[in-house]
Write a protein that binds this ligand. Sequence first.
Ligand SMILES: [Fe+2]
Length: 228
Amino acid sequence: MQVRNLWPTPLACESIQLPEVMRTQLIDVLLRKDTERQAAIEADPDFHRFMTTKKFYASTHYNLFAEAEEHPEREAILAFEQFACVKFRQFLEAAYGIDKDQGVELAGRCFGNVQLPGARTFPHYHQSCDGVLIHYLDIGEGRDPEANLTPRHGTHALLLLDPRGTPNYPWWEKVESITPTQGLTVIHPAYVWHETNVWRGTGTRVCIVVNFQVIRPGYLSLHQPLRG
Ligand SMILES: [Fe+2]
């Protein structure tokens, strides 16, 4: 009997402390982006209506890497872009054996996820990309009274669902739960369905996220803008 385990799902977790100046500058720019979003919502009722139709998730529709030159935190943003690319390339090699000789070219979008107590991230995929990097810049303070009652109860735990759909024996656990710490860096394929528990500590939780596309090699490198 020949047995092959097909289509495993790689997940990378690493604790990485960014230089403190870089970390605080990234928090500053992401908090400012979040404040601008709130102001836009309050200033324009039509914009708010548009958002509530769920056609548009305004909190994530920007690319911090593309607008780096517009911010006083430019150096921190560019340094994080380099950091994220190094980490994603390490992930590609460790997970799939794709090394630098294969000429991988990356595209991506960077954005923040800022949450106050009581907030959570609802279940989602990251559409139209290949991989996701999440770095926890600040996890606030305080402790959820239910934290660690089970592996799924961690304060603001990141919950990743088994992508196999209907796992049964011998897979008892359908959810992988990761408790955030400052500096935690998680990389996972974009197709993994995930969400978070409610943030029930105090202070503001700030994540910085990168959606990666491998634009070469692969099918994307064959696409071009059409003439029609
Ligand atoms: Fe996500």
